[in-house]
Structure formats: C-alpha cells, structure tokens
Design a protein around this ligand. Sequence first.
Ligand SMILES: *[C@@H]1O[C@H](CO)[C@@H](O)[C@H](O)[C@H]1NC(C)=O
Ligand SMILES: *[C@@H]1O[C@H](CO)[C@@H](O)[C@H](O)[C@H]1NC(C)=O
Ligand SMILES: *[C@@H]1O[C@H](CO)[C@@H](O)[C@H](O)[C@H]1NC(C)=O
Ligand SMILES: *[C@@H]1O[C@H](CO)[C@@H](O)[C@H](O)[C@H]1NC(C)=O
Ligand SMILES: *[C@@H]1O[C@H](CO)[C@@H](O)[C@H](O)[C@H]1NC(C)=O
Length: 500
Amino acid sequence: MATIYNMYCKVLILVVNCLYLVNCATPPHIVFIAADDLGWNDVGFRNPQMITPNIDKLAREGVILNSSYVQPVCSPTRNCFMTGYYPFHTGLQNGVIRPSEPHCVPLKYTFLPQKLKELGYSTHAIGKWHVGFCNVNCTPTYRGFDSFSGYYTGAEDYFDHTRDYLGEMGYDFRHDFERNSTVDVEDKGRYSAHVFADKAMKIIRTHDASKPLYLYLPFQSVHEPLQVPIEYENMYRNIHNLKRRTFCGMTSALDEAIGNITQALLDSGLMDNLLLIFTTDNGGPVENAANNLPLRGGKHTLWEGGTKGAGFIYSTNLLKKTSYIQTGMMHAVDWYPTLVTLAGGTPDTSMDGVSQWEMLRTGTSPSARTEFIYNIEQISNNSAIRVGDYKLIVGDAGKPDGWTPLPTDSNPVIPQCTDPYGSCTDDKLYFKASNKIQLFNISSDPTEHFDISKQHPDIVARLKARLDYYTASAVPPFNNTPNPKSNPKYFDGNWSPGWC
Ligand SMILES: *[C@@H]1O[C@H](CO)[C@@H](O)[C@H](O)[C@H]1NC(C)=O
Ligand SMILES: *[C@@H]1O[C@H](CO)[C@@H](O)[C@H](O)[C@H]1NC(C)=O
Ligand SMILES: *[C@@H]1O[C@H](CO)[C@@H](O)[C@H](O)[C@H]1NC(C)=O
Ligand SMILES: *[C@@H]1O[C@H](CO)[C@@H](O)[C@H](O)[C@H]1NC(C)=O
Ligand SMILES: *[C@@H]1O[C@H](CO)[C@@H](O)[C@H](O)[C@H]1NC(C)=O
C-alpha cells in the first residue's frame, strides 16, 4: 500500500503541485451519485419549480457539467461507468438488460471498483445495479465491491422492493433487494431514498479515513413507478398535475437524502479530501413526468434530451476553479479513466473513455475529447455521432420527439406504454427503421431546431466516415430473448442469480 500512496503523491506533485491537496498521504475519497431518469430540467439550479436545495448548493459551489453526455437508457450508461467502454463495444447497444435476460456486462471487463481496489480503495455500492445478475459472478461483490445493498433489476416498488414482470413473463410481484448476494427483507416497507441514505451514512460513519473510500450510490430515485411519501408530494401543492407533483416530490426526497449524506461526509471529515460526482443515467422520460427543456426529446432517444445528462462535481480541496459552468465535452465512458487518474493509477489507453481530470481540476484546460458516439443501435440501425460542433443522426432519433413542456392539467403526461415499470418491451415504440440523415450544429443550436444536412453535405460526409469507422468495431448486440429459468419462483420468490 505504501508504494501506491508514494506513487500517488509523486504523480500528484508533478501534476497538481500538491497545492490543492490537504492530505498527500491518501488519495481522495470518491462519492459517485447516480440519479435515475432525472431530466435536464428537473434540478433546482436550472428550474425554479424544483425544490432541491442540497443539490443546488453543491452544484453552485462546485462545477456544473453542461456538456456531459450519457446513453439514452439505464444499463448502457451504467456499463459506461463500470467499464469505460461504449455499449456498442460490450454488446449493450440495444437497450436495457431486462430482468429475464440471461447476460450481464461481459466478465472480461475489469469494473471500476475492481481497479480502485487495486489502488487501495474500500469500495461500496448502494442502490440499483442493472448491469446483469443472472450468474453470481455478475453481481456487485464479485465485481469489485466490498459490499452491496440494493436491487439487481432496473425498476421496482419503492416501498416493497418487489419487481413484477407480468407483461413479458407472467411473473407476479417478486422481491428484489439484497445485501451482498443474499436476500434482505429488513427494509421492506421503507422508501428506498431513506434506506439508501441510511446505509450510505452508516458506511461513511464507520469508514477508516486512512483508507480511501469509493462509494457508488446509484439511487432508485426518480425512476418510475411514481411513488413518494406524501410529505414530499405536499411540498408541491402549487403543481396540480398529480404525476408531475409526485415526480417533483421524489426529486426532493432524493435531494434530502443527498443533504443527509453530505452532512455525514462533513461530520466524518471525509469531505476534506473528496470528490463528489452527481449525474443522471439518461435524459428524463417525459412519459413519466420528467422534463428536459429546452432540449429536444427524452429518455430512450438519441436527441439531446435523451443524452445530455444533468450533473455536477463538488470538492472542497481538489478543484482549482469552482462555481462555474463547465462546457467541455465529456461522455459517461470518461468517468472510469478520470477517477483512476484521480486515484493515482494509470488508465488503460485502449479504452473508449479518456481522463478528463485535467479539465475538471483546472477549469481552464480543454476537454480531452473532440468527438463521441451517442449510440450505434443495431435493431433498426439508428446511430448518432458528435464531432466538434456537429451532430449527425443516421436513421431515426427516436420517440418522444419535440420539446415537451412542463406537465400541467391542461397539458397532461402522455404515457408511452402501460407497464407501470416502464419496461415497454416493444422497441418499435421508441425507434423505427429510417433512411433519414440529420445534421445539427450543437454549438449554435443546442436544442436541435435546424437540420442543416442539406446545406452541408461535406460535413455530413465527414461525420458519416467517422461513424462508419466506429461502427466497423461494433460487437454483435446481446440476444435479448428472455429466459424462463430466471423466474423467481425457482428462488423462493426472489430475483436471484443462478440461471446463466
Ligand atoms: C458483505 O457485507 C458485509 C457488511 O454487511 C461486509 O462486512 C462483507 O465483507 C461483505 N462482503 C462480502 C464479499 O461478503
Ligand atoms: C434525513 O435526515 C433527517 C433527520 O435525521 C430524517 O428525518 C430524514 O428522514 C432523512 N431523509 C432521508 C431521505 O434519508
Ligand atoms: C440493420 O443492420 C443489419 C446489419 O447490417 C442488418 O442485418 C439488418 O437487417 C438491419 N436492420 C434493419 C431494420 O434495417
Ligand atoms: C456552428 O456553430 C459555430 C458556433 O456558433 C460556428 O462557429 C460555426 O460557423 C457553425 N457552423 C456552421 C456550418 O454554421
Ligand atoms: C448549457 O446548455 C444549455 C442547453 O444546451 C444551453 O442552452 C446553455 O447555453 C449552456 N450553457 C453554457 C454556459 O454554455
């Protein structure tokens, strides 16, 4: 361990000049908070309708990320956080891992917590997993986490911690909440934002501060089903639309959880040498009352509303410049190499992600990337790429399209499918095959109002060549056929590994 810390210090003395480090003996603690399905316009630092004082304070005293891209849906983004590779390189390009799909992010990838453990970190995950669980080797404590508390699937009841799967497989409501890889029923009946905050605070309070901590907090909030204790809903009596009122209440419960966790970090002293990251996993699902204004589209789509993530970073000691809006281009795959760099390690340069630590640390260095892939989807072959100012969409960008306004009674939320867990099984709901080519200048037109493809065939050709280059390296997508062996009835009514 000593050599790792020494190495860390040498690297930092070179790179950081040690000036911004309070404690050179230990690499910084890292708290990575992922909100689920939170829209661009669902945070108080953008939208005065939202009551999120804790998030707003951290964002305003930290660095607001204004160009930090994620994948259009959950599992692919979490795949990026964990591996540093785009989903089209790991087989997850065609959407989420549904509960009965017999695969996980391939085991050949070293997950970020495994890498951080090598660098001396204690690693804990609390919340939603959703990168596969059919084999015990796919589960968190076999992929680098010292402990895990939470659920494996993509959505469930916030109080019961059960997940049904009636639509596809005819399964009834089944339990999905585990501690490490064993079933945990202790918290049945408690709202997940409270459960996860309490568990996070317990880890923070009992952590031996001489060891660096990596705490991964993928909250259930604010994914559907739309559920929240009434006191949070009542904070929004001014909002008459019930779905939006509930959604906003859920966001405030998340905010309160973050406030409690922040207080525990301060009380424990961990905050003195820590980087806190907050990001959504994808754009807001407007069909569930989330909102992405002024951006176009929402969750599931290749539009900016589906892929430009709400997020910020915060630190009391590691950032040279704070309280500003960072517009440098980032992608979810960048967190892995960025955090490995921060932890004193050397990121693997063959990865899709690149370290953005220089940009984030200084606030003046440029982004380490000039282009990224939004996705290369391979059912109906819809893809998008960004190069510099420009974004090329080949095929259909997906539904919902347009600039969905904030829900009101006269402008209600329009659901896309009737499954209460939003796992619409029919991808045709979101995408269709299309020969369309669209080009947007995201620098001058971030809301995608003006397709300039006809005026600039040269730019189209240039971006298409880059997209083709990436597409040539795509691996075949996973077969999404559900496996009936997943049925919780074989596992005492619990979603469990052991069927692939
Ligand atoms: C599981 O959880 C406990 C804390 O509840 C922890 O002490 C233990 O080391 C964990 N890890 C594994 C791999 O069992
Ligand atoms: C935050 O802490 C307060 C005070 O202990 C508690 O009443 C509240 O339920 C906590 N909120 C969450 C979301 O954990
Ligand atoms: C998508 O591309 C693949 C590979 O080129 C092809 O086999 C498939 O038919 C295409 N799908 C559609 C809907 O065009
Ligand atoms: C795209 O926008 C940038 C920034 O506003 C501008 O410099 C550039 O000229 C624009 N490109 C075109 C083709 O209009
Ligand atoms: C941040 O992004 C939004 C939405 O794309 C854009 O309207 C705004 O101008 C950006 N802010 C800065 C400082 O670039």
